[in-house]
Ligand binder design. Structure first.
Ligand SMILES: C[S@@+](CC[C@H](N)C(=O)[O-])C[C@H]1O[C@@H](n2cnc3c(N)ncnc32)[C@H](O)[C@@H]1O
Length: 237
């Protein structure tokens, strides 16, 4: 068909179907790892920050959660809405940076599979693919803000759940969570293929790998963690 010849890219998983469009990244191994270990209870209020095309958000809504899904990329927010509709669930999709779209609101579960690839200075870009990958110079740029703001957006007994590459540091993650008043634990770990973009940044990543998770040879795999920070009985109000 003339003028509309780009094809239609679909991703299907666990009985749901997702449209992939607008330069928004299709789900990767990390997305599936994240979703597999996201324990969502029916009726819970869930916030997913950086929802992409809405995979985790739609699955959480299918599990009976009341879901707010955000992204900083307008095309992603449109896709989340479309993908919720296609799958017959309600997801409240909002555009904005980190917690800005949910000011004053609290959730039982805040979750994110955030952009976390360490990005050498001068290599940041402003497009949907870069927004999905680039985590600032040390990889923690978005996560630091997610962790810092979590207590103000969690209900008492709520939890923050996120993924990290092992080279960002398990001990570092625990220290950051503890400093934010959250009790840290590892929910799951998995060995994944070393990400392609990581090879271009290998020297930069090695310089940040203070917990020595990468060996001396060129890596073919990387360890990935799902980390939880649990909020104690009384949320910081
Ligand atoms: C690694 S992708 C994950 C997408 C999806 N959740 C998944 O697991 O496949 C990270 C997502 O975070 C979004 N993002 C990047 N910076 C953000 C920010 N400051 N606030 C909200 N979302 C952001 C990106 O646009 C991208 O959709």
């Amino acid at each position: 068909m003339e003028g509309n010849d780009a094809g239609l890219l679909l991703f299907t998983w666990r009985g749901s179907v997702f449209r992939v469009a607008g330069g928004v990244q299709p789900p990767k191994a990390g997305s599936l790892f994240f979703c597999r270990h996201l324990a969502v209870r029916s009726g819970e209020r869930v916030l997913e920050i950086g929802s992409g095309l809405g995979l985790a958000a739609v699955l959480a809504a299918r599990a009976g959660a009341r879901v707010v899904a955000t992204d900083i990329v307008p095309q992603a927010v449109e896709l989340i809405r479309a993908n919720a509709l296609v799958n017959g669930v309600r997801v409240d999709a909002r555009l904005g940076d980190c917690y800005a779209p949910v000011e004053g609101e609290r959730f039982d579960l805040i979750c994110t599979n955030p952009p976390q690839m360490p990005t050498p200075p001068g290599r940041a870009r402003d497009d949907p693919v870069a927004a999905a990958d680039n985590g600032g110079v040390d990889g923690w740029e978005i996560l630091d803000r997610v962790i810092h703001g979590a207590s103000a957006h969690l209900t008492a007994g709520g939890r923050l759940v996120f993924t990290i590459f092992a080279f960002l540091g398990r001990k570092t993650a625990f220290a950051k969570l503890e400093a934010a008043g959250l009790a840290p634990s590892i929910v799951a770990s998995e060995t994944q293929e070393f990400p392609r973009i990581g090879y271009e940044r290998l020297d930069h990543i090695r310089a940040l790998d203070v917990e020595a998770t990468l060996g001396p040879s060129v890596p073919t795999t990387v360890e990935r963690f799902v980390v939880q920070g649990a909020c104690g009985g009384s949320a910081d109000r």
